[in-house]
Design a protein around this ligand. Structure first.
Ligand code: SF4
Ligand code: SF4
Length: 424
């Protein structure tokens, strides 16, 4: 038994040693290349914003942990961030609201993640660049040609396909979003979909979807990594790019193309109100006494039990808060077609059968089990603590009506399917 534990530990250390040497080789190659654009180094830029090397290394250690790497990788993560200026990035806006870019870039006191995103060699980003019209089209064409096979393509927004794609035309030649996306994806080393619109079609694809808006993975002919969320957290965006810079591969993905390091746990599993859920303490109406006391938001529609994301850890607004902390339930924005499948947002789920891309396999299958286990009038499918609370008449909420309680079971299996995508 002892020997077998030792053997396991040896093989784990061997695995990480190999991974580290893979990362070091990759970083060496990148270091030998020239920056795509000249300018101050990352550390100079960070210092200019009052960020010390010590803060930067703390961030690198946290990011290594977020990427499920041992903390001994912090040096490699820091070096990868410093070498982000070696890999060109082309960022397209298709049918969307620009909320993802806004969320990433428009903060009055930028986080380390946003400062690092600023440092990336962004060759083309319509919201950020000064050029417009002919000039911007020329920049896009030149960048795609000059960096063919080497650039990361990031896409925000869905692709309208109805009427020959004419619901979205861009630039002086009125090229459709579909045309531009296909062309840009052809020459990309890796394709990253940013936000609910690009990953699953977003609100544009909500029923009845008059423009036949599609997620980008249904349009391009290569692996797409989905950074789901509306908007997604900047740490998930930066972490995914860093993973690519570190290893030259996409991270392991779940069955919906999301990086497992960020989307392998349900919001419910990491929620600060989880103790309230287990104790059977539920907000019944917004503004009631339970709401003031920070009770669980399930009965006012929280979709945390069905949603895979790390919002509870990364948070938003300079990592200060997130919807559940602010008193509104999760709306499930990182799940496929959430506009249709999670609505109505302020009512608890009852029965729910997902129509996932793999026919209910993967992450959705996990969520299905929860949905199917929901309580109706008297059926009970709830965690042990909550059952105890109910049977003891101890289901603490001022306006509670036990007979109508609707709470999910706590079956907890992570059935996300791991796939390793390796772009050229
Ligand atoms: S995912 Fe949400 S925030 Fe991002 S562009 Fe789409 S609607 Fe806007
Ligand atoms: S139901 Fe929502 S508020 Fe309640 S514990 Fe789960 S995630 Fe948190």
């Amino acid at each position: 038994m002892v020997r077998s534990r030792d053997a396991q530990s040896d093989s784990k250390s061997q695995y990480y040693e190999n991974l580290k040497s893979q990362a070091q080789q990759r970083l060496e190659q990148l270091r030998a290349a020239s920056p795509v654009k000249e300018g101050p180094s990352l550390l100079q830029r960070l210092e200019g914003n009052g960020v010390s090397r010590r803060d930067f290394m703390k961030w690198a250690a946290a990011m290594a942990a977020a990427l499920s790497l041992p903390v001994t990788f912090r040096r490699e993560v820091a070096q990868a961030a410093e070498l982000l200026d070696r890999i060109p990035v082309i960022y397209l806006h298709l049918a969307e609201c620009t909320g993802c870019s806004e969320s990433l870039l428009r903060s009055d006191s930028p986080t380390l993640d946003t400062l690092i995103f600023d440092y990336i060699s962004l060759e083309y980003h319509e919201t950020l660049m000064a050029a417009s019209g002919w000039q911007s089209e020329e920049i896009l064409e030149t960048s795609m040609e000059q960096h063919k096979g080497n650039y990361i393509l990031m896409v925000e927004g869905a692709v309208p396909m109805a009427a020959g794609g004419t619901y979205l035309t861009i630039g002086p030649h009125a090229h459709t979003g579909e045309y531009i996306l296909r062309k840009a994806a052809d020459g990309a080393a890796a394709v990253i979909a940013v936000g609910a619109c690009a990953t699953y079609g977003g609100i544009q694809a909500a029923r009845p979807n008059p423009t036949n808006a599609r997620r980008i993975s249904r349009v391009v002919n290569k692996a797409v990594i989905n950074i789901a969320g509306c908007p997604p957290s900047e740490a998930n965006i930066i972490g995914t790019i860093l993973h690519y810079v570190l290893f030259g591969t996409l991270p392991a993905l779940d069955s919906f193309g999301r990086p497992r390091w960020a989307y392998n746990m349900r919001v419910h599993d990491m929620c600060e109100r989880r103790g309230r859920f287990d104790a059977g303490e539920f907000v019944q109406r917004f503004g009631d006494d339970g709401a003031r006391r920070g009770y669980c938001l399930y009965r006012v529609g929280c979709k945390g039990p069905f949603t895979f994301n790390n919002c509870a850890i990364e948070r938003f607004n300079q990592h200060t808060s997130w919807p559940i902390q602010a008193g509104h339930g999760c709306i499930g924005c990182s799940e496929p077609d959430f506009w249709d499948t999670m609505a109505p947002y302020e009512e608890p789920r009852k029965n729910h059968l997902y129509a996932g891309v793999f026919g209910g396999m993967g992450a959705d299958a996990t969520a299905d089990k929860i949905g199917i286990g929901l309580l109706t009038a008297t059926a009970v499918g709830i965690g042990a603590h909550a059952i105890y609370s109910i049977t003891q008449g101890n289901f603490r909420n001022p306006s509670l009506d036990d007979k109508k309680s609707v709470v999910p079971s706590q079956e907890s299996t992570d059935q996300s399917t791991e796939t390793e995508s390796q772009p050229k």
